[in-house]
Design a protein around this ligand. Structure first.
Ligand code: SF4
Length: 688
């Protein structure tokens, strides 16, 4: 069953790795999807989706979709495969896993996944196989770990004021994200506030993104200095009596300690670090201090730094100093991940987790596959990988190390994918995967408050199979016993919804989605914050957040622990998202390729002149991790010394085949890990 609008249009959800999780209206028949639009009746999506997903038919029916299982016939990375039957492919995978277990133990097999689909069954089901078979665990650090660490340190939970309240705000502060490109319906709610209330939009971002271009004020901060900006603003908030002392006495842990702490963080100090002028910092603080309905929408971008968790904590603390959560249309929001309370026992096999099994950091896959003892947590090598929903040869940091690892002749790799990605090219077995319109799933959203059902709308393309189906087939061959392996996707969804007190699947199907936004008092923390003492923590216990807490600051602060520029590495590189790509997805569709054209590095014209170069010249960006060849784009919407490369392009888009993550480090960001994707110092020289 599916939620129909009319005979040939059904409700679904966008499965991509984006906080918007848009509710969709999809026109289709049994074999093909046609139009994809934002669901007009969903109060968050409000009829808006990004252009790349509105062209989804191009992706689902792409001529390059994988249609049959493949077995590699020549060397790794060569893209030479022959078609084989499903049973043969699955037998090869299972036989490898059985023999690897016999030789090296269960932990030498590493199921590896991320958010190529955000559907709970198809994304997270791989954990059930992992837990039943005692394969190595995965610390999922590649996206939200740093952001969540900093937010939780202060707030104690991942929730906040209803994002639809942005329409009721007088100032919307977008800090470190670019919703015009990466979660477009945020702009729709901002637009309502601008139209109905004359609200202003402020964007804090190292460069003039599409969102910054349409903002009333843009603060082009130096990357990684957000904590300093927040501390200087706090200094002014206390100095000029904008701080809400009554609120802080009731709702926060140590306002007096904080006031004393930020006395030294003058706007002059902040100006030197951030590159903003003293008057810009003063202006920002005044707007912040004098606007009750100020909604801070925090993104992931500014936290992808080695000081990212502490920066997030400092930025969120601004709202606590002024008691912004008291007001409708006010407060700070990053994610609603904690409002859903989904019981994932069946999906992930949580009832059979063995706590003694090692957990490997997914961002350190390069170090892990090349035998770094520390990254391997002291255990044996990884000899087999099962990969679903991700493309580590392109998206993981330290790409050259990742490629070296995947080139190991003693490593067996099975990749279940929709397209022949860079990672699939290094696989021994490639299995064709369905897209979201070819299987059933449910979706929750970080950026709003809906649970949405995404039904199977068309027959699978070619011989592609869903992740769930592949896991069931492997479980039979491996002898993996779990109730979840005897159920269909629909049965698991129904059980999960009921066990999570969200009704039954049939109820969800009636509407297509369910709005689970907590009431005002809960989402505005009027009843208290997420910590045991119900207070906002200016002085967090970082040991509760992650094991690497020893050097975290006592109060909101600027940690000078980023990969700073130097004489040898004078430029700070930020690897931002591209408008028409989503991580490495959509790099295969012609319409997106035509709009993005080619990889380019945005450089300030003064830096171009200093280097004796000109627009469109081919240059090499380099550091100790490797070199990337790329064309220059003259761009003055950033500070000198800052450079931007948008998009995670396939490696072959670069001369020399080295993708942009070649330059990015994989050292874990404290206190709980995560990769500092936007924290890279490089040199630039002409390409010979
Ligand atoms: S904005 Fe995000 S969730 Fe919405 S359609 Fe685009 S990628 Fe999907």
């Amino acid at each position: 069953m599916r939620t129909e609008i009319d005979n040939n249009t059904s409700i679904s959800a966008c499965p991509h790795d984006c906080p918007s999780t848009c509710a969709l209206e999809i026109t289709h028949d049994e074999k093909k999807i046609y139009k994809v639009k934002g669901a007009s009746k969903n109060s968050y999506t409000a009829g808006v989706v990004c252009a790349k997903v509105s062209r989804y038919s191009e992706r689902t029916h792409h001529p390059d979709r994988l249609l049959k299982p493949l077995r590699r016939t020549r060397n790794k990375g060569s893209n030479d495969f022959k078609e084989i039957e499903w049973d043969q492919a699955l037998d090869i995978v299972a036989e490898n896993f059985i023999s690897t277990t016999q030789k090296h133990g269960t932990e030498s097999i590493w199921p590896y996944f991320y958010a190529g689909t955000m559907g709970l069954v198809q994304r997270d089901g791989i954990n059930r196989l992992r837990h039943v078979m005692k394969y190595s665990g995965q610390h999922s650090t590649i996206c939200s770990t740093i952001t969540a660490s900093g937010f939780k340190a202060g707030v104690g939970t991942l929730k906040g004021p209803d994002p639809r309240e942005m329409a009721l705000s007088d100032v919307i502060l977008v800090w470190g994200c670019n919703p015009a490109s990466t979660q477009v319906n945020v702009m729709k709610h901002i637009q309502k506030a601008r139209k109905n209330r004359n609200a202003i939009l402020i964007v804090v971002d190292p460069y003039k993104t599409r969102s910054a271009k349409v903002a009333d004020i843009h603060y082009p901060i130096k990357p990684g200095t957000d904590g300093a900006l927040a501390c200087s603003i706090m200094h002014i908030l206390f100095r000029d009596n904008y701080a809400d002392k009554e609120y802080m006495d009731k709702y926060t842990d140590d306002p007096k300690g904080l006031e004393e702490h930020v006395k030294k963080y003058t706007p002059e100090w902040g100006s030197k670090i951030t590159g903003l002028s003293v008057s810009e910092i003063e202006e920002f603080a005044k707007i912040f201090g004098t606007t009750k309905r100020l909604y801070s929408r925090m993104g992931y971008g500014f936290t992808r730094q080695r000081n990212g968790a502490s920066s997030m904590h400092a930025v969120v603390s601004l709202s606590a100093v002024c008691g912004k959560w008291k007001y409708e249309g006010g407060g700070a929001f990053y994610s609603n991940a904690d409002i859903y309370n989904i019981d994932k026992t069946l999906i992930e096999g949580l009832d059979v987790i063995d706590p003694n099994i090692r957990i490997l950091d997914q961002s350190r896959i390069g170090s892990i596959l090349t035998g770094d003892r520390n990254a391997l947590v002291g255990g044996d090598e990884v000899y087999s990988l099962l990969i679903q929903n991700t493309n580590p040869l392109v998206v993981a940091p330290e790409s050259l190390l990742v490629r070296e690892g995947f080139s190991r002749e003693d490593l067996f790799v099975c990749v279940h994918e929709q397209f022949m990605t860079d990672t699939a090219k290094y696989a021994d077995i490639v299995l064709p995967a369905t897209t979201f319109v070819e299987h059933d799933d449910i979706y929750i959203a970080g950026g709003h408050q809906h649970i949405t059902f995404g039904p199977k709308l068309i027959e699978p393309i070619g011989e592609s199979r869903s992740n769930h189906t592949v896991l069931l087939e492997l479980s039979k061959r491996l002898g993996a016993q779990h109730k979840g392996f005897n159920m269909t996707e629909r049965e698991i969804i129904d059980w999960t919804l009921k066990s999570s007190n969200h009704g039954a699947l049939v109820d969800l199907e009636k509407n297509g989605w369910k709005d689970v936004q907590p009431d005002f008092n809960t989402s505005h923390f009027i009843d208290g914050f997420g910590h045991k003492d119900k207070k906002y923590h200016f002085k967090p216990d970082w040991s509760e957040v992650g094991p690497d807490y020893h050097n975290m600051p006592e109060y909101p602060d600027y940690m000078n622990t980023t990969e700073n520029t130097s004489k040898d590495f004078p430029f700070k590189l930020v690897t931002a998202p591209a408008h028409n790509y989503l991580n490495s997805s959509f790099t295969e569709t012609k319409s997106s390729q035509n709009k993005e054209v080619k990889p380019r590095v945005k450089i300030h014209s003064k830096d171009i002149n200093k280097l004796g170069l000109k627009d469109n010249d081919l240059v090499v960006l380099g550091n100790k991790r490797g070199e990337v060849i790329i064309n220059i784009e003259e761009f003055n919407g950033l500070q000198e010394g800052v450079i931007i490369v948008e998009g995670i392009w396939p490696n072959e888009a670069f001369v020399g085949n080295n993708g942009i993550n070649t330059l990015v480090g994989s050292d874990p960001v404290p206190p709980n890990g995560g990769a500092a994707f936007h924290d890279t110092a490089v040199w630039i020289k002409p390409s010979s």
